[in-house]
Write a protein that binds this ligand. Structure first.
Ligand code: 2HA
Ligand code: ZN
Length: 273
């Protein structure tokens, strides 16, 4: 089978398009990666070029040795993925040491995988281990309201989690473990990757101050839905705080506990006080 005939490629492309349509990806902003299951890679093997040289990753991810990932290209626009996936997306193979990679499909007009590749792979490694292999998608986007919130609130996990939970009743259901906050850091390097991976041991979503959202999921819907929910909640927060500093009423600690009991949530209750 051709890569573009596969269900995973179609879902990858759809996710890029959804993010673009929602305004999460100005210019070349954001990136997406998918750890491809062995069976799915076998099904498209005829379409892969396995003759290229491996090059340095800029980090080491031994737990991902030999794995294949579909990733967006550095400098490529999410808005162009749907019409021309082969020029804007690639599949990479990580070598047996976990320190090198090569492109085996895509980026037919040249280019490299996303500038955030070290961060994506370090976080894939953490989430793969933490989830027994279930987590496969890492998604990064630049939604306006989450970014705006990082200029308003102290950059603390508890403060962001509590405010985001309070803005829409179903938020604790979608992210019961809360959100991590990463202070402003230079993007694209190993340092932000290491810091984010520490947060992602605890959370499925990290908010990068003045930059955007970084999140993980078992599939495209889960990862994208998580980012979308966090951004929607941030939008309500920014709307409320555009007209008032004080809330007339709110979802209380007891309300959250009732919700957790009803839905069987593993709620991070220490963030309720
Ligand atoms: O432009 O979003 O963080 C791509 C990015 C880097
Ligand atoms: Zn970014």
């Amino acid at each position: 089978m051709k890569v573009l005939e596969s269900a995973f490629a179609r879902e990858f492309i759809n996710t890029c398009e959804e993010g673009w349509q929602l305004g999460f990806h100005e210019r070349n902003g954001g990136n997406l990666s998918y750890r491809i299951p062995d069976g799915d890679i076998d099904a498209v093997r005829e379409d892969l070029d396995l003759s290229g040289e491996f090059v340095d990753l800029g980090t080491s991810v031994p737990e991902l040795a030999g794995e294949f990932f579909m990733v967006t290209g550095s400098g490529k626009y999410f808005s162009h993925v749907k019409d021309d996936p082969e020029s804007n997306v690639c599949i990479i193979e990580v070598d047996g040491s976990g320190a090198k990679y090569r492109i085996v499909w895509g980026l037919v007009r040249g280019g490299r995988p996303t500038s955030e590749l070290p961060t994506h792979l370090m976080n894939h490694e953490v989430k793969k281990l933490a989830s027994g292999g279930a987590m496969r998608v890492i998604y990064h986007c630049h939604p306006s309201n989450v970014i705006a919130m990082t200029f308003v609130l102290p950059l603390e996990d508890k403060v962001f989690t509590r405010e985001l939970w309070e803005m829409i009743t179903e938020c604790p259901v979608v992210f019961p473990r809360g959100v991590g906050v990463v202070p402003w850091m230079v993007c694209g390097g190993r340092e932000i990757g290491v810091y984010t991976a520490e947060k992602m041991r605890e959370y499925d979503v990290a908010i990068w101050a003045h930059h955007g959202i970084f999140c993980a999921g078992t599939d495209f819907d889960v990862a994208f839905g998580l980012a979308h929910t966090v951004e929607k909640s941030a939008e309500v927060f920014m709307k409320v705080h555009s007209v008032t500093d004080t809330k007339r009423q709110r979802i209380t600690k007891q309300n959250f506990l009732d919700l957790a009991a009803e839905f069987g949530l593993d709620l991070r209750v220490e963030f309720l006080d």
